[in-house]
Write a protein that binds this ligand. Structure first.
Ligand SMILES: Cc1cc2nc3c(=O)[nH]c(=O)nc-3n(C[C@H](O)[C@H](O)[C@H](O)COP(=O)(O)O)c2cc1C
Length: 167
């Protein structure tokens, strides 16, 4: 499968089977995260692999969607902005770096037949409490990781004419 094929295959999975994810697949997903590029190679992020069944009560505070806790794992990518690169105008790259890490996770998971869904609409305080994050860390994105049990919702995309300008 080409990278473009994997991107075409990915969709936001909002329903999961109760099947385990094999360690080999989890390790490949984590390797994809590890090799993600970051600004000045700062690698100012942490990944939390949350075993859903062990943390069900905390996770129910993090997100109230019924499908959110169905997958065996939830992965959180957390930025450490004080270690991330900051541009001359004050723009800190922590969120951007963490988002690229999550995209690596999600695309590798897709290649392996696993489902994921970028989640930003979580309860931030509940994530901080569950992960026991110090003030140095900022949660960026979460995703469930498991075998899909839901079809794509058929989201469409703007045309390239709307999205792209050649100048
Ligand atoms: C940065 C980001 C944050 C998102 N946050 C959420 C979220 O909190 N909850 C959710 O159900 N979907 C979330 N999504 C999924 C988007 O709604 C979804 O990607 C978009 O509708 C396109 O659908 P597709 O992923 O199936 O192609 C998020 C996506 C991105 C890229």
């Amino acid at each position: 499968m080409s990278v473009l094929d994997i991107m075409e295959k990915r969709y936001s999975v909002r329903g999961y089977l109760d099947n385990e994810v094999e360690d080999e697949k989890l390790n490949k997903v984590l390797r994809a995260a590890q090799i993600a590029p970051t600004g000045v190679n700062a690698q100012a992020f942490k990944i939390y692999v949350i075993e859903t069944k062990k943390h069900i009560e905390e996770l129910e505070k993090v997100g109230k969607w019924d499908w959110f806790t169905e997958a065996p794992y939830i992965i959180a990518v957390v930025a450490k902005p004080s270690d991330a690169w900051t541009r001359y105008d004050g723009k800190n790259l922590g969120d951007i770096d963490a988002t690229i890490v999550m995209d690596h996770i999600i695309l590798e998971a897709t290649e392996l037949g696993l489902g994921t869904c970028f989640i930003a609409a979580y309860n931030r305080e509940a994530v901080i409490e569950m992960l026991k994050l110090s003030d140095d860390y900022e949660p960026v994105l979460l995703t469930p990781l498991g075998y899909p049990d839901a079809e794509p919702r058929g989201t469409d995309r703007k045309s390239l004419d709307e999205l792209v300008e050649f100048i």
